[in-house]
Design a protein around this ligand. Sequence first.
Ligand SMILES: [Zn+2]
Length: 173
Amino acid sequence: MIAPAIPVGIGVYSLFASFEADSRIPRFLVREARVILAAGIVLAFVVAFMMSMAIVHMVKTERFAKAFALGEIFIVIKKIGWVKYISWLMEVFMFAIFWCVLGLTPIVGWFILLIIQPIFGVFLSRSAALLYADAVTSTPPVVSLENKFCIACGAQIPSAAVYCPLCGKSQSG
Ligand SMILES: [Zn+2]
């Protein structure tokens, strides 16, 4: 989130500077303050779009390099569904804006932040992990090596079972 923070920072600073008519700020920055700010917000959204799932993908696969496997991340997002994923991101962004407002409200805001910060952190990581898990495990389960099929009724039963728990037939033949 560092790269988009730069244009957002410049944009906000230039906006304030334009109000105070600070002559130290280059003219073009003051003129384009809103454009720079908007570009920064769009960039932040794009980065967040890829980064949220990149981090989850990295954690789930337990490999740092997976955070940069953009192709795999796109497949995960596609499985989640673009609409579902973007609406989830919007929700997160709404929280982030609420966050900033609280942070700018002295004492009362900071106090509320202190309480909801851990809750927000848990909510964010859990909802991201849930989105990921939903998409990745939605494929039908593979027959496990731990299971065999009943010789009489064909039900999937534990490989250690002597009798079928469904039909009760002996599995020793
Ligand atoms: Zn059976």
